[in-house]
Design a protein around this ligand. Structure first.
Ligand code: ADP
Length: 403
């Protein structure tokens, strides 16, 4: 079966078409600047990339993508019927969704209702779902939530110590994110360890533009660094990560800005970008630091130190771990970041093999700890779209059986 994976943002719509008979990617691309000036659609297949005129609405974007996919000259499928199902990424499933599920009107309404908790993402995700329903009304659609994997966290991990009545009334708590990635690498880790996934105890570090660290026990998430929103946790590309909430009030008063403005600043102007003044891109900050830029070095130090602290916390939570996993753009590619995060942790059973870490092959699973290291350290490339396609396939398969 071929499955179309959709990740809709407010002005973008990323897509991937996968053939699930061999789990191979057939084509992918992005509809950018939807509804803005000079929108474009990129289309990558067979090692080539083409650019087309974009769309004014999400519905038009889906239509255009489908037409490209079936185009006689450059298309990769003959007709729309070849697409057996569509899988949609939704950022916030809140306390309502514990796993991926088939989409119906009630599910879409709940996704929209959860917009209160993810105002930047859920409305756009829901827009993508509604657009696909209009254009492909007979194709089953599945929703995959970034938060679902973390719904196994115990109360003591997801609660903030605020008044219980307010938690109950407003559902203010830790939800986490990147769940699909943490789940994917946990499953891959189980395979390389030769263990049942339900017995895996690990710390997974998804480090990209947005970053989060999770504690995994018996294959399930028991804690994660992101909170009510992705602002909490480790230092990221443009997000500050953890800080004393009073900092918000202090900045509001000194910068003469509203709470919304300061939160926007903490999300978009801080982290690597804010501290270094160079870039939010880890590679560029690393290059600047290597040339002697002190603020760039400081930004990298802050990021690595914040991840190290979460690793330490979760080693305590889990009472040790089988493995630590690095994934995401930084986790998979930056030997410097991995070394800096795990250096001087020998007494906690973590010894990184510096040579293996530096000479890793990109895009594949690599063991980078020494034989003596009690805790194994792996690089595991993530593949969120494949995880989403696997979920979609499983749900649609059961649907066909029950018919
Ligand atoms: P997103 O969170 O948007 O999915 P990615 O997971 O692709 O982002 O991660 C992007 C980050 O990964 C950027 O900071 C980028 O600099 C970093 N990155 C990508 N390739 C490398 C590399 N070769 N060396 C160091 N960092 C890299």
């Amino acid at each position: 079966m071929k499955i179309l994976i959709i990740n809709a943002g407010s002005s973008s719509l990323k897509y991937q078409l996968l053939d699930m008979t061999n789990e191979k990617l057939i084509a992918k691309g992005n509809c950018e600047k939807i509804g803005l000036s000079s929108p474009v659609i990129s289309y990558k297949h067979d090692g080539k990339e083409e650019i087309f005129e974009g769309a004014k609405t999400h519905e038009e974007a889906i239509k255009k993508v489908l037409n490209i996919l079936v185009d006689k000259k450059i298309g990769v499928i003959k007709s729309f019927d070849e697409i057996g199902a569509i899988g949609h990424r939704v950022v916030m499933g809140g306390w309502l969704f514990k796993e991926s599920c088939l989409i119906d009107e009630e599910v879409t309404r709940k996704v929209e209702k959860l917009s209160d908790l993810a105002p930047l993402h859920n409305p756009a995700n829901a827009m993508g779902i509604r657009a696909c329903e209009k254009v492909m009304p007979n194709t089953p659609q599945v929703v995959i939530f970034d938060t679902a994997f973390h719904t196994t966290m115990p109360e003591k991990a997801y609660m903030y110590a605020i008044k219980y009545e307010d938690y109950e009334k407003f559902h203010v708590r830790r939800y986490g994110a990147h769940g699909t990635s943490h789940r994917f690498v946990t499953q891959e880790l189980a395979k390389v360890l030769g263990k049942d996934v339900n017995k895996v105890k690990a710390i997974t570090c998804h480090l990209g533009n947005g970053s989060s660290v999770s504690a995994i026990e018996n294959g399930k998430s028991v804690d994660t660094s992101m909170g009510l929103t992705p602002l909490q946790g480790v230092v990221m590309g443009t997000r500050s990560g953890d800080l004393d909430p009073t900092v918000v009030q202090f900045l509001c008063s000194h910068k003469k800005q509203s709470v919304d403005e300061v939160l926007n600043y903490l999300n978009k102007e801080c982290g690597l970008l804010g501290v270094s003044g160079v870039s939010s891109d880890h590679r560029e900050v690393t290059e600047a630091a290597e040339k002697g830029n002190k603020r760039a070095k400081l930004a990298l130090d802050l990021l690595a130190y914040s991840v190290k602290k979460y690793v330490g916390m979760y080693l305590a939570v889990l009472n040790g771990a089988d493995a630590i996993v690095f994934t995401g753009g930084i986790g998979e590619n930056s030997a410097e970041a991995r070394e800096q995060i795990l250096e001087n942790m020998e007494n906690l059973g973590i010894i990184i093999d510096k040579e293996k870490n530096a000479n890793f092959k990109r895009g594949q699973i690599e063991l980078i700890s020494t034989k003596e290291s009690k805790v194994k350290v792996y690089i595991i490339p993530t593949n969120e779209e494949l995880m989403m396609a696997r979920d979609t396939l499983n749900i649609v398969k059961n649907l066909k059986k029950s018919k």
